[in-house]
Design a protein around this ligand. Sequence first.
Ligand code: NAD
Length: 427
Amino acid sequence: MTEGLDRRQFLGQTALGAAGMTVLHSAVARAADDEPRKVVIGVMGMSRGRSLATSFAKQPGVEVRYVCDTDSGRVETGASAVEQTGAPRPKVTGDFNDILNDAEVDALVCAAPNHWHAPATIIACAHNKHVYVEKPCCHNPYEGELMIQAARKHNRAVQMGSQRRSSPTVQKAIELLKAGEIGRVYAASAHHAANRGSIGTGKPAEVPENLDYELWQGPAPRTPYVDNRIHYNWHWLWHWGNGELGNNGVHSIDLCRWGLGVDYPIKVTSSGGRYAFQDDQQTPDTHTVAFEFPDRKMITWEGRSCNGHKDDFVTFFGENGSIVIKDDGAIVVYNKTDAVVLEEPGNRGDIEHIEDFLTAIRTNQPLKLNAEIEEGHKSTLLCHLGNISQRTGRTLNCNPENGHIIGDESAMKHWKREYEPGWEPQV
Ligand SMILES: NC(=O)c1ccc[n+]([C@@H]2O[C@H](COP(=O)([O-])OP(=O)(O)OC[C@H]3O[C@@H](n4cnc5c(N)ncnc54)[C@H](O)[C@@H]3O)[C@@H](O)[C@H]2O)c1
């Protein structure tokens, strides 16, 4: 706690500070006539992307000009959802190049599956578009490094969809940690629980008429269509997905990394497996990973995808107490004897994260994003390293300068993927 300030004063000041900054920031984003500069966007992937498209459409000064999906049914539903907000019906397309080739489009929002995130972002930056890319920012570590290069080369705002970075209560929890509220913070734990069922055993099948499977696969090497993967279950197959660690783990691990003030790990150890069901799923449903960092700090992740019993989303452990961030952005501060000293409801930051992206575009400050791609990459990399440790069955030793795996060439083979010919991303 800041010397000489009582808690109420301190919290008041930090809250006021954050609010004051927001007012200042958005004042810059508005033109002299007080109308926010128009931002034109196209959204790719109409499941998560449908909710992003409607949220963007509700923002002042935003035109959702395109919705895009390789599933012709989903793209129409997406367009209708945008229209229902009172905005004009966007154009529908199955090909994201239509978005990129429109010179008036400022930004691509990518909520396609993970194997698309980096290739779409890199191509979009080369077309001078800003990018809001869903988490995990990439399918493998190599792609994350390329995304940073692409953002820098083209001076684009690239925001990862880890929206809790923009939640006011989560920001307050991080400010408390940095201000020394619980003393030196040396550990953080992250949890995820869900009640997912089995994905069964897939059978080769005809590609459904409504799906452009060629473009759905895009950068990923071609595989015959199987009936239990699309939509959504691709998350649980390494060819396209990153398991629960890359799906939900990245949200909480990102907060752990932020609050602890750490970048790259020195050691990563994973255990777990597909324990709840025996089926086509390759990624663990029961998973524990420990990440060790320089200066005596660690993060642990525990994910159980097939049992709904919930532990706290994120807990920080310090010399003088603990701070919990709940899944919904609520925060709880405990003192050394584990008594609650502060409790505050919160939110996940969904709208604030979109506002933050729009402000970075309008003020031409691409690096001033709450989840700028370099931070997105570092947090996503932890998930990739956890998965690589799981797949190799070994502890990984890493270079704390860049997270690269040291002395294990076969583990480093997972650093990058094979691409469908013609799709190798290039910056
Ligand atoms: N930030 C969050 O809270 C949050 C929440 C949910 C999902 N997500 C992320 O959003 C992404 C999508 O997840 P989902 O649950 O919506 O998956 P999903 O499989 O249900 O939907 C993906 C959609 O993308 C479409 N698609 C595939 N290739 C495309 C292409 N080339 N162009 C346009 N559309 C294409 C598919 O047809 C499908 O409709 C994932 O990366 C996921 O991690 C983030």
